[in-house]
Design a protein around this ligand. Structure first.
Ligand code: ADP
Ligand code: ZN
Length: 210
């Protein structure tokens, strides 16, 4: 199954992507994580992306399109995958179409802006492996420590309140039109994000079977 997860920043795409990954045994691909990894390693891609990311802007289409092309050509993607955070613009979606990739369905996780702003302040990420947590909704077992690798969990620079507002604006302007794009193709499934993560998960799994 080839899936796309859509939704505003902080809507919980990453968490749902992990659940689907475990359930369907297909890789979850997060462009955000790939870029953060590149940044950490100081690669050319990382350097290119840094200023955009820090300001809550989108990294240019041609850069992320190259990233995704390369990632999807790897062996583990041949039986399907979940895209978390790609596409984020109509040109990115068109690029995916041009690659000849047939997406089976697009799951859009809907959460109101007010709730997003609140949630983002509790978000933490492991600085070593990139695993994500939330102090309220998805705490790590030991405070400040990653369950997977024992790295430190920290606040992402772009999760600071002013940047979050900017990211939400970018989302409404550039990413939300993708709902229409995939609705017209008959591929869109809407999941209303719930207060409890496990309740959202139940709805996501239902959307896979529908
Ligand atoms: P979230 O899931 O909270 O929205 P991500 O980790 O997916 O955050 O993305 C963080 C940042 O990485 C974005 O704000 C953007 O700068 C960059 N990024 C990730 N994916 C894309 C994409 N498909 N197109 C452009 N920029 C992207
Ligand atoms: Zn970790």
């Amino acid at each position: 199954m080839k899936l796309i997860l859509l939704g505003a920043p902080g809507a919980g795409k990453g968490t749902q992507a992990e659940v689907i990954c475990d359930t369907l045994k297909i890789p979850a691909i997060s462009t955000g994580n790939i870029i953060r990894e590149a940044l950490k390693n100081g690669t050319e891609l990382g350097l290119k992306a840094k200023s955009y990311m820090d300001e809550g802007k989108l990294v240019p289409d041609e850069v992320v399109i190259e990233i995704i092309k390369e990632r999807l050509s790897q062996d583990d993607c041949k039986d399907g995958f979940i895209l978390d955070g790609f596409p984020r613009t109509v040109p990115q979606a068109e690029a995916l179409d041009r690659m000849g990739i047939e997406i089976d369905r697009v799951i859009d996780i809907e959460v109101a802006d007010e709730r997003i702003a609140k949630r983002m302040s509790g978000r933490r990420v492991c600085e070593k492996c990139g695993a994500s947590y939330h102090i309220e909704y998805k705490p790590s077992k030991a405070e400040g420590k990653c369950d997977k690798c024992d790295g430190n969990t920290v606040i992402r620079k772009d999760d600071e309140p002013a940047t979050v507002l900017q990211r939400l604006e970018v989302y409404h302007e550039q990413t939300e039109p993708l709902k229409d794009y995939y609705e017209k193709k008959g591929k869109l499934y809407i999941v209303e994000g719930q207060e409890e993560v496990k309740d959202t998960t139940t709805l996501t799994l239902k959307a896979l079977e529908a």
